[in-house]
Write a new protein. Structure first.
Lengths: 158, 257
């Protein structure tokens, strides 16, 4: 492998200048170096969605992304969703609809929903299910998540 | 750069496949990152067909207005490929070059009889038929995929039996008659497999529908032995390739006007 790589990346509105090994996985960098542990590692193969973060607004699996790929991008993790101590409307509706139990999948789920609502402001149930079909939850049974997303769409639109 | 990297070198496009291969122990010592080559991420009109840069993402295939207009079956199918995160990051070039039988874009390229452009180490560009897939890395860097004119091509994809079988069918149509066709099969063999349909004379829509069962039976019989694994036996795969091909031939045949 070649030498470490200098990158500049904005994470949750804060700019970082980092020197990373070329094989450093972004999820590991977030969790171990920046202590942003809301990015969970489940399957570690881009399947379960627990490690989802937003890169320039698009959902990305941090577990299959090298840190150097993020040079020049803006990343949002679950820690960056709330502003001035106020939960984001999606976080609020997840709470109000009890759309989680153990919470392990929730950060990835909420960030995927944020990207969904930026693509579809008023998604129907089919669209919601298709978009979230690879965010795996082993606790809730999904119905409450779907209800939370529909409520979030209304809350975000207001 | 690729030659200097030696056996441990690999091109990296979207990166999803290569990261997983490294996690499973593949000894990749040098990565040549292609992400900065934005010109390889373009979709352009070739006057009826399309040229897709090798860094075009699955999400672009799903959402690009030009793809939706020319090859609606392709755009519609790609809406269901993998998941939204992989579609946003994964590229069609990486998908082809991974040569994984479970990946889908090689099948689309084969069924469409697309041409793949490679930039060789000598700087020359070579255009290779997708039907010749296998050992493609020897050609160099994949830069683009050219799909032929949509006016004469009809495509169908059947992913209903994944992960046992995936099937892509391409029919060449001229003056309302089927003059040729190709079937590409994924998931069933160690690498994607494609064969031309034995169509010796132009078939009308009705003839194509009527001969679907015979064509499918003959095609399935001519395939090499499929794999037996935890998803399906070789016998089941061969039978279901025949069933899927018959159904899709009949459906596409009915649509020909």
């Amino acid at each position: 492998m070649t030498a470490d790589i200098d990158i500049t990346v904005t994470i949750n509105r804060r700019t970082y200048r980092l020197n990373v090994p070329p094989n450093r996985i972004f999820a590991d960098l977030l969790r171990e170096d920046l202590l942003l542990t809301g990015c969970k590692i489940g399957c570690d193969q881009a399947v379960c969605g627990a490690c989802t973060v937003l890169v320039d607004g698009l959902p990305v699996t941090a577990c299959t992304t090298f840190a150097f790929e993020l040079d020049g991008t803006a990343v949002t993790t679950i820690e960056g969703l709330s502003e001035e101590g106020m939960l984001h409307p999606i976080q609020r509706t997840f709470l109000e609809h009890s759309a989680f139990q153990c919470g392990f999948c929730t950060p990835g789920m909420i960030l995927s929903v944020k990207a969904l609502l930026e693509h579809y402001s008023d998604p129907d149930e089919t669209t919601i299910r298709q978009w979230l079909d690879a965010n795996i939850c082993r606790c809730t049974g999904y119905q409450m998540i779907i209800e939370a997303v529909r409520a979030a769409a209304k809350a975000v639109a207001e | 750069m690729r030659a200097e990297a030696g056996d441990g070198g690999a091109f990296m496009a979207g990166g999803i496949d290569i990261v997983n291969r490294m996690k499973f122990g593949e000894p990749i010592t040098e990565m040549i990152y292609l992400g900065g080559l934005t010109e390889l991420g373009a979709i352009s009109d070739t006057g009826g067909g399309l040229r897709l840069g090798s860094l075009v993402t699955h999400h672009q295939i799903e959402t690009c207005a030009l793809v939706r207009a020319r090859f609606p079956e392709l755009a519609q199918t790609w809406h269901d490929v993998a998941n939204i995160r992989i579609r946003c990051k994964g590229t069609i070039g990486g998908n082809i070059m991974a040569a994984d039988p479970n990946y889908d874009f090689a099948l689309a390229a084969m069924a469409a009889e697309a041409h793949l452009d490679f930039l060789g180490q000598d700087g020359a560009v070579r255009s290779v038929s997708a039907m010749a897939l296998g050992g493609l890395s020897a050609y160099g860097l994949l830069t683009g995929i050219t799909l032929p004119s949509a006016a004469r091509l009809r495509l169908a994809f059947d992913r209903s039996l994944r992960p046992a079988i995936t099937l892509a069918l391409g029919l060449d149509v001229e003056d309302g008659k089927v003059i040729g066709g190709r079937v590409a099969i994924g998931c069933a063999f160690p690498a994607p497999v494609s064969l031309c349909l034995p169509i010796s004379e132009p078939l009308s829509s009705r003839e194509a529908v009527e001969r679907a069962a015979i064509l499918a039976r003959d095609h399935a019989a001519s395939l090499p032995e499929p794999m037996t694994n935890q998803h399906a036996s070789a016998r089941y795969r061969r039978q279901m390739i025949e069933v899927l091909l018959r159904r899709n031939l009949a459906t596409l045949g009915e649509r020909i006007t």
